[in-house]
Design a protein around this ligand. Structure first.
Ligand SMILES: N[C@@H](CCC(=O)N[C@@H](CS)C(=O)NCC(=O)O)C(=O)O
Length: 233
């Protein structure tokens, strides 16, 4: 059976990482049996120093994109058979926009904004023994905000990051329209990515201004509810 190496459930979603949740959702949408091994210590065993990775027997595969292509190949799954070449190409680029741009808005909303940091600190570091729980969180936060700055998003103002986030949510809402899934009545590979990300803003118990922006789009909220109730119950 496929083994999924993840962080651990937090904020009311199966995993606080959109990349882990993407793979988790993909396996549910594609009806692949798997077992989860949640632990932050998995990072030490991760081939690229990031989660998720999967194990298939002795094989270790890292990175959500390569994990999904591995699973497609191994189980001969094609959730995108109804999509035209143009739709497949659009879906790939849409996924990359979430992976490479919206991801950093999420990181900013959780780690840089004080209102959410307090909750994130408690969830990620709250169980650490004293005095580590005092020492580690500010060091980790500094590392993440420095990565945000180096990536570039962290150089924008709070207002600008909210504009970028909202334009992404608005675009996703326009693309989804009144369909059940992004490309029709059945889920395709992009839905795993869309849910993996949208649930991090909409389904989580965290409250902040960026999550509030996402929650203004009723069709995106309904989309998350629908996937949660269909695949996560
Ligand atoms: N390109 C990777 C990105 C994975 C990623 O960035 N994971 C983050 C969590 S959201 C991580 O493991 N961060 C831990 C670290 O950088 O130390 C994928 O698609 O799986």
């Amino acid at each position: 059976m496929i083994e999924l190496y993840s962080f651990a459930s937090a904020f009311g979603v199966a995993d606080p990482s959109p990349f882990v949740l993407k793979v988790d959702a993909y396996m549910r949408l594609a009806n692949i049996e798997y077992e989860s091994f949640p632990s932050v210590d998995n990072l030490k065993k991760a081939p690229k120093g990031k989660l998720p990775f999967i194990m298939d027997g002795e094989k270790k595969i890292a990175d959500s994109e390569f994990i999904i292509s591995y699973l497609q190949e191994k189980f001969q799954i094609n959730l995108d058979s109804n999509l035209s070449m143009e739709q497949k190409s659009m879906a790939y680029l849409m996924g990359k926009s979430l992976d490479e741009n919206l991801y950093w808005c999420l990181v900013y909303s959780r780690w840089a904004k004080d209102e959410t940091w307090i909750q994130v600190k408690k969830a990620f570091f709250g169980s650490m023994p004293f005095p580590l729980k005092l020492i580690v969180p500010p060091i980790a936060r500094k590392g993440v905000t420095s990565a945000l700055y180096k990536q570039g998003l962290g150089r924008h103002s709070d207002e600008e990051i909210k504009i970028i986030s909202d334009r992404t949510f608005q675009s996703l809402s326009n693309l989804l329209g009144d369909k059940t899934y992004f490309f029709g009545d059945s889920p395709c590979t992009f839905d795993a990515t869309a849910f993996g990300f949208l649930a991090q803003f909409i389904s989580v118990s965290l409250k902040n201004e960026i999550n509030d922006l996402a929650r203004q789009y009723k069709n995106l909220v309904d989309y998350c509810h629908h996937i949660n109730s269909t695949y996560y119950n």
